[in-house]
Design a protein around this ligand. Sequence first.
Ligand code: NAD
Length: 260
Amino acid sequence: MLKDKVAVVTGSTSGIGLALAKTYAEQGCHVVINGLGDAADIEEERASIENAFGVKALYSPADMSKGDEIAGMIALAEKEFGSVDILVNNAGIQFVSPVEEFPIDKWNQILAINLSAAFHAIRAAVPGMKARKWGRIINTASAHALVASPFKSAYVSAKHGVAGLTKTVALETAPHGITVNAICPGYVWTPLVEKQIPDTIAARGLTREQVIKDVLLSAQPTKEFVTVEEIAALALYLSGDMAKSITGAIISIDGGWTAA
Ligand code: NAD
């Protein structure tokens, strides 16, 4: 179904994005991976995707805080592969701090990477999708696109913004065979979550176990982390033709968190 389509997944050197890139490759998509990390590790991952799935995989080092580099990534994908059919805006960072102490540079960086990057990539990819009358845009938002948690002012603001961007672009592109949706995971066990544990310990004066049980999973009624495989399966469904009527949706995959 998705064989020979081209999928660009931002922030795919780790966590959810890496699982998404591999899932698209498994379906026969050529993929553009992107993100930070050790050059040798990234090359190993890129080559292993090509070898395991018999598709082409390209690495773009575009910095998701820089609009011109993001546009360059989309242009590179179109030049090398001929199209961008599926765009997953997934790169994201977190920073935890009381609002009055929130570092201004961190605020700007989170808004740039978690929100503006999606705008820049969508802006660059939509013309080609419109011309081909087919496209799938999936934004990795968060339960924090729907509800807040203390000490995450920038992240929650950016993710709420992603929900607004998703709905707006869905309306604009609906007549052109393009769908735009946001996936809103609850807590998924990835490096992003692991990295915020020390800051949460400091901000709230708790132990590591208390942070996991009483802060992270306290909001998640299932009391289980969401898996990257579950998110990849949802993205795959949204990318298929049976999901062509799903657009502008803000879809929770959060173990019941936002039902409360
Ligand atoms: P992660 O830290 O494992 O991966 C983040 C990816 O973004 C990495 O590949 C990293 O290199 C990339 N990245 C960061 N800054 C970048 C930059 N300036 N330029 C290019 N790439 C950059 O985190 P994850 O948990 O897999 O998060 C992926 C997405 O899922 C994020 O948008 C995050 O907000 C969202 N999310 C995660 C969870 C969770 O519990 N893990 C929950 C809800 C939403």
